[in-house]
Design a protein around this ligand. Structure first.
Ligand code: PLP
Length: 465
């Protein structure tokens, strides 16, 4: 008998974002196979992958085109260094990606440079170092301060944590982090300036009553900082780990307008929102803004392999050009930069977008989910039901009228997601916010099953008459 992986895991492993004492006394689900939107465990049970394997998977598991592309690449070489060499596939991928950044597969690819790394955190870390160094090399060393949003999450490396503002995730590391200027999150449901009372069945963004104080805060920060301001870093449209805070339409456009002519750069963290999650290929395309730098990861390879990109304008890139002895080089990189297997997967994923009009099917999938989740308004402890593209969030509250939260120690969201496994759904909450965003290939029937499983699980944990 081969050793029981669950037992080996308990004995030897340390899992991310996991209280290991609890883990060691539990019985982990061991995933052994995937097929489209389904995950299969070691007991043969099937689950819908309700959070796309932590927001990465797009076209489903065992997607033939991506499998084949990786196999073909394996037949040539798995990895060779990107330091002092290039490979066959990374340049092709960069060109394809830049067409999409510029509007679609037939757009011209110019105006940008792509820097490859491995994960969301490394894409953000590279971006913030690029900007910092560019400022010095452009003769603007006073531009040192990053502005970023409250409840932002940009990854777990020290720089990325400095740009984020999560008390739960970052407070233990506070003394390691550098100062940034925090501005309020434009999240209408929990906004202190929104005077509208909650209304069942209505997205808080549509019924909000305010004076765009969130934009006003950015304007004040810009005035205060003057030429010390370097870049504004934001997860556009949706702050993922910050409770799936969905921004009111027009916020990004308004802040981008504030920066015009100010010399402050717009640094978009599209690690989560990229590759169709919010509707268009990239969230910034929804509000027609032009960023100066974009960080991409997660869905880049269709959810197959760790590959990330930091995409910078030609203007930023040119700050690094010079003679060798000027030492303007970007002194940053990773052993697996431009990894051919990752690039092959990403290239195949983009080819699927082009050949199968994935954005249209994702949009249809998103509106179907949007209709199905309206059912949650029928539960008294549901405070908000929100959706952006294929991302759905259901926020649970102790009191609908006051939006009061449950005691965090009660772990309501966690318990609902645990219970949903019994009904064939795997997803992971953020606090008491339940998430549904299965891969784009999920069938209508599977979407119905997923919503039904979450609804039944909610009613196990919080039954109502
Ligand atoms: N940026 C955003 C917006 C994210 O949501 C995440 C991860 O959830 C990251 C960065 C970090 O990405 P990774 O976990 O791949 O390092």
């Amino acid at each position: 008998m081969p050793p029981d992986p669950a037992e080996l895991d308990r004995r030897h492993l340390w899992h991310p974002f996991t209280q290991m004492r609890e883990w060691q006394s539990g019985h982990p689900v061991v995933i052994v196979e995937g097929d489209g939107a389904l995950l299969r465990d070691s007991n043969g049970r099937e689950y819908i992958d309700g959070n796309s394997s932590i927001w990465t998977n797009l076209h489903g598991h065992r997607c033939a085109a991506i499998d084949d592309a990786i196999r073909d690449q394996l037949g040539k070489i798995a990895h060779s260094s990107f330091l002092g060499l290039t490979n066959e596939i990374a340049p092709r991928l960069a060109e394809r990606l830049l067409r999409w950044i510029n509007g679609g597969p037939r757009a011209e690819p110019g105006g940008w440079k792509v820097f490859f790394s491995d994960d969301g955190s490394t894409a953000v870390e590279a971006g913030l170092k690029m900007i910092h160094q560019a400022r010095q090399q452009r003769g603007e060393p006073e531009r040192r301060v990053y502005l970023s949003l409250a409840a932002g999450y940009h990854g777990d490396t020290v720089g990325a944590m400095s740009l984020g503002h999560s008390r739960l995730f970052h407070s233990a590391y506070r003394s390691l982090l550098f100062e940034t200027r925090e501005t309020m999150t434009p999240f209408c449901y929990r906004c202190p300036h929104n005077r509208a009372k909650p209304v069942r069945g209505s997205d808080a963004r549509d019924s909000r009553q305010c004076n765009w104080e969130c934009v006003g805060e950015v304007e004040t920060a810009l005035d205060d900082l003057g030429t010390a301001a370097s870049a504004f870093v934001i997860e556009p449209l949706v702050q993922g780990a910050g409770s799936m805070a969905m921004h009111p339409s027009g916020y990004l456009r308004r802040v981008a307008d504030l920066f015009k002519g100010s010399g402050v750069w717009l640094f978009l963290d599209e690690v989560f929102t990229g590759f169709g999650r919010t509707g268009p290929m990239f969230a910034f395309q929804k509000e027609e803004v032009r960023p100066d730098l974009v960080a991409l990861a997660k869905g880049f390879t269709g959810g197959y392999l760790p590959l990330a990109a930091t995409v910078a304008t030609q203007e930023i890139f040119e700050a690094f050009l010079g003679d060798y002895a000027e030492y303007k080089t970007f002194f940053h990189g990773h052993s697996y930069s431009g990894n051919p297997l990752g690039c092959a997967a990403a290239n195949a994923s983009l080819a699927i977008f082009e050949g199968e009009d994935t954005l249209a099917s994702a949009a249809a999938n998103g509106s179907c989910l949007g209709e199905l989740i309206q059912r949650f308004w029928g539960h008294p402890n549901v405070g908000d039901v929100r959706r952006e593209g294929t991302i759905c969030a259901i926020e649970l509250v102790a009191d609908f009228a006051t939006r009061a939260r449950f005691d965090a120690a009660a772990r309501i969201g966690f318990r609902v997601c645990e219970a949903s496994r019994d009904f064939g759904l795997i997803t992971r909450p953020i606090g008491d916010v339940l998430l549904l965003m299965p891969p784009y290939c999920t069938t209508r029937k599977q979407l119905e099953q997923a919503v039904d499983a979450l609804w039944r699980a909610l009613n196990v944990v919080l039954p109502f008459a």
